[in-house]
Design a protein around this ligand. Structure first.
Ligand code: KG4
Ligand code: ZN
Length: 340
């Protein structure tokens, strides 16, 4: 018999609901919040309000597009954290209310595990090749940068994490310094395609082990722009593509150096990307090329599964549901990754 899971995601600035029949995706509805772009970053208060507006229509649409009624759903999977507390509260409270009203059990999902397990979502008619355990996940988003060893569907070990900024933040702050718009990642990705990635060099961190740091390189870019603007007020305008390409390459080099180290230390050669920054075309190409060169099997998510989505929450919920891991009605959201 098939299992039907309704997934709900509201950890940051995307409201999303999805329905799965076993691992197969039946619907994945997203409502992104445009409201933050004019502020150059996510405003938590506005994010929670927008979730409040979007969540009911999102869930309703997800069920309708899947052609599934609430009676047919076996469990409701929701993101318990990490994320913005106000945003998480909307999804958590909604999921609990729906659980009470429908009598369907709840399954809480760790958002980061969702990004990692997004590789197990199956789409009708697609190839659907998934990593084999154990595999390494390079998880890169606006809030997180981690190398995680996935042992099975339920067990994950964080081998390295950022000690300060996430790589997505470095992309976004770079774009902000250059007044390019928000979110910066996709804009830098696009501009970098026309630029020379070897033209400028930025100081890279020297951190032992597998941890990352991105605050130094951000400062390095700030001083670099400030110094060059003193000499030439049009420096950014005249060199935009080269700055973007060089800065992007520096970020990717930092990501890759630790990944090489993790592969060497663990001997694991199945590598999966996940999180918003894995939409970056240069990172995707680099991982693909290094994989071919080094004999890795690489898993690069479809673009629609890179940013926050409820399909990844539903598939993670499915694996927990199969193991009987249900959640109580008094589970409160958890905003920090370290506490999950
Ligand atoms: O996973 P995500 O949607 O939300 C978080 O959980 O943070 O990631 C959002 C981050 C933002 O920092 C955004 O700039 C970045 O992903 N991003 C990209 C690209 N698309 C999104 N960064 C680089 N290149 C891209 N193409
Ligand atoms: Zn995310």
């Amino acid at each position: 018999m098939s299992t039907y899971i309704l997934g709900i995601e509201s950890s940051c600035d995307d409201t999303s609901a999805a329905v799965l029949r076993d691992e197969y995706l039946l619907s994945n509805v997203m409502a992104s919040q445009e409201v933050h772009s004019k502020y150059g970053g996510v405003i938590p208060e506005l994010a929670s309000r927008a979730h409040q507006i979007n969540i009911v229509p999102c869930v309703d649409q997800a069920l309708k597009r899947a052609g599934v009624t609430m009676q047919e759903i076996d469990a409701i999977a929701y993101t318990r954290g990490p994320g913005l507390l106000g945003s998480l509260l909307v999804g958590t409270s909604f999921a609990k209310g729906l659980s009470l009203a429908s009598g369907k059990p709840l399954v809480e999902v760790n958002h980061l595990q969702g990004h990692i397990l997004s590789h197990f979502i199956k789409v009708e008619g697609a190839q659907n090749e998934s990593p084999q355990f154990p595999f390494l996940a390079l998880l890169t988003s606006g809030g997180h940068t981690q190398i995680v060893k996935a042992t099975d569907y339920l067990h994950f070990e964080v081998l390295g994490r950022t000690i300060d900024d996430a790589v997505g933040e470095a992309f976004d702050k770079c774009a902000k310094m250059m007044e390019l718009g928000y979110p910066g990642g996709p804009i830098i990705d696009r501009l970098a395609k026309e630029g020379d990635a070897e033209r400028f060099k930025f100081a890279k961190p020297h951190l032992p082990g597998l941890d990352y740091s991105f605050s130094g390189i951000k400062t390095s870019l700030l001083y670099f722009l400030r110094d060059n603007l003193k000499e030439n007020p049009n420096f950014i305008e005249e060199n935009r593509a080269d700055i973007c390409a060089s800065f992007q390459k520096a970020l990717i080099d930092i990501l890759m150096d630790k990944l090489f180290k993790a592969v060497k230390e663990t001997g694991i050669r199945q590598i999966a990307l996940g999180g918003g920054v894995s939409a970056n075309s240069a990172l995707r190409n680099r991982v693909r090329l290094e994989g071919e060169k080094r004999g890795w099997k690489t898993f690069i998510p479809e673009l629609k599964f890179t940013t926050d989505n409820a399909a990844m929450i539903a598939v993670t919920g499915l694996f927990k549901y199969r193991e009987g891991l249900l959640s109580p009605l008094d589970a409160a959201p958890i905003s920090r990754a370290a506490e999950i």
